[in-house]
Design a protein around this ligand. Sequence first.
Ligand code: MG
Ligand code: ZN
Length: 226
Amino acid sequence: MTKFKDVVKTEEGEVFDVELEKNVLEANRKLAQENRALLQKHGVKAIDVMGAIGAGKTSLIEKLIEKLKNRYRIAAFKGDLTTTIDAEMLSRHKVEVVAINTGKECHLDANLVKKALQRLKLDSLDLLFIENVGNLICPAEFPLGSDKRIVVISVTEGPFMVVKHPFIFMDADVVVINKIDLASAMNVDVKSLETDVKKINPRARVVTTNCRTGEGIDAVMAALGL
Ligand code: MG
Ligand code: ZN
């Protein structure tokens, strides 16, 4: 890789409100632990689905719901800035859906999830999908209390999605590479995306999918232990 020399970087303590940010992250972590304990108490398995806009998060969840709804009692949270488009899409599958509108925030946080959890009857649920706001950066820093974290990327985002956003992959249990039917048209090598993920997080299960046709959905279920 070429070394580009003219780069401005932030130094430790230089970013504005660094103390404030630390406090926010700490408060979020505590709330995430509370959410986790609440979900566990009621036997609900929660799955945080992260990924960029248009990667296929909603389509993946829709396909998973269709395959799993006879075996599990399912609900979904859908995080978006102000719209409920995806929430409506998910609710067509006859599962309970709560839309979480973040306003200007580009990620879900544990406090919003805590409030959304109050809308559900947790005892009548087994599985909760939480679709995060389309973003590959800050959701990494905001655990929600989920059991598993999925990151969805698609080949249409180009060959550098993984190396450019390492943090979100570090903590992922499952990485889904979607739209593999378009890989050759996009001139993207799926194998090298997979290698990029493994270098950052050898523990992650990597699954390739085409969420339009349903290809690979069984493998995602297996990777999630469902
Ligand atoms: Mg979506
Ligand atoms: Zn954000």
